[in-house]
Design a protein around this ligand. Structure first.
Ligand code: DX5
Ligand code: ZN
Length: 235
C-alpha cells in the first residue's frame, strides 16, 4: 500500500486532525465525511488497549473500513503497551502516520524502524509526566512528536497549560537537529487553548470535542483553528 506522508502536507498553515473519539460511532463513515468536507487536514484515530490506558477503542478492522471512504491522511495514535506487535496491522489497514508512546514497553528504535519499514511517517508521543529530555535521542529519527496535553485515555478533558514550555523545548530540539519535524498536541485543544501552544511551536492540532461536537458546526471550528496559522513561529 502506498501511504500519504506527513511531508506532503503544507507547512504554511496549522494542520487540524479531528479525533474520531468524539464522533458518533453509530455513523462513523458519515462523521469522517463531515470533517473532511469541513476542511480538516488529517484524521486522528485513537487506538487504546485497556492496558497502556484505562480505556478501549477500536482496531485495524475499523481503520480499514474507514480507509475505503476517504483519502485523508490517517494519523494513528497508538496507546498500546506493545506497539511493535501492531504496526504492520495498522499500516496495512491504511494508517499513514503512526505514533507510539515512548513510555510503551518496546524499544523505541525498533518501533521507529518497523513504522518506516511499512513506508509510513513516524510519530513519537510523550504523556504529561514524561520529560522532553527523553526525546533527545530520537528527535532525528522521527517526523513528529505528539505532546499529550491531557492524560491519555479519554476525550473531553481539560487542556494542561503546563505543557506549553514542553512544546517550546521540543521545538528548540527540532530546530537544532531536525528542522522538518512537526509537533502535534492532543487533549483539550480548542479555539481558546490553541493560540498559545501554536506560538510555542505546535503545528498540528488534534481536536475531538472541539470539532465533532462544535455547536457552530465542524467546518466553522476547523476554520477558526486554521485562522491561527499566522501565529506559527517562523521555521
Ligand atoms: C486522549 C486522546 C485524544 C482525545 C482528544 O487519550 O489521545 O486524541 O480524543 O479529545 P479532546 O479533543 O476532546 O480532548
Ligand atoms: Zn490521540
Amino acid at each position: 500500500m502506498r501511504h500519504r506522508l506527513l511531508g506532503e502536507l503544507s507547512r504554511e498553515k496549522v494542520l487540524v486532525s479531528p479525533s474520531v473519539l468524539a464522533s458518533d460511532f453509530s455513523c462513523l463513515g458519515e462523521e469522517v465525511k463531515r470533517v473532511e468536507s469541513g476542511g480538516c487536514d488529517m484524521l486522528h484515530l485513537d487506538i487504546m488497549d485497556g492496558h497502556f490506558v484505562p480505556n478501549l477503542t477500536f482496531g485495524p478492522g475499523v481503520v480499514s473500513s474507514l480507509r475505503k471512504g476517504t483519502g485523508l491522511l490517517f494519523d494513528t495514535h497508538l496507546m498500546l503497551t506493545n506497539p511493535l506487535s501492531y504496526v504492520k496491522a495498522f499500516a496495512e489497514a491504511g494508517s499513514d502516520l503512526i505514533t507510539f508512546h515512548v513510555e510503551s514497553e518496546d524499544d523505541p528504535r525498533e518501533v521507529v524502524d518497523a513504522i518506516r519499514g511499512q513506508g509510513c511517517s513516524v510519530g513519537i508521543s510523550v504523556k504529561p509526566g514524561t520529560s522532553a529530555k527523553v526525546l533527545e535521542q530520537y528527535i532525528e529519527l522521527v517526523d513528529m512528536v505528539l505532546v499529550m496535553t491531557v492524560e491519555p485515555g479519554f476525550g473531553g478533558q481539560s487542556f494542561m497549560a503546563e505543557m506549553i514550555p514542553k512544546v517550546a523545548e521540543i521545538a528548540a530540539m527540532f530546530r537544532e537537529k531536525n528542522p522538518r519535524g512537526l509537533i502535534e498536541v492532543d487533549g483539550g485543544i480548542d479555539a481558546r487553548t490553541a493560540p498559545e501552544i501554536i506560538r510555542a511551536g505546535a503545528g498540528v492540532l488534534v481536536a475531538g470535542t472541539a470539532v465533532f461536537r462544535a455547536k457552530e458546526g465542524a467546518a466553522e471550528a476547523i476554520r477558526v483553528l486554521h485562522s491561527y496559522s499566522e501565529l506559527l513561529p517562523a521555521r
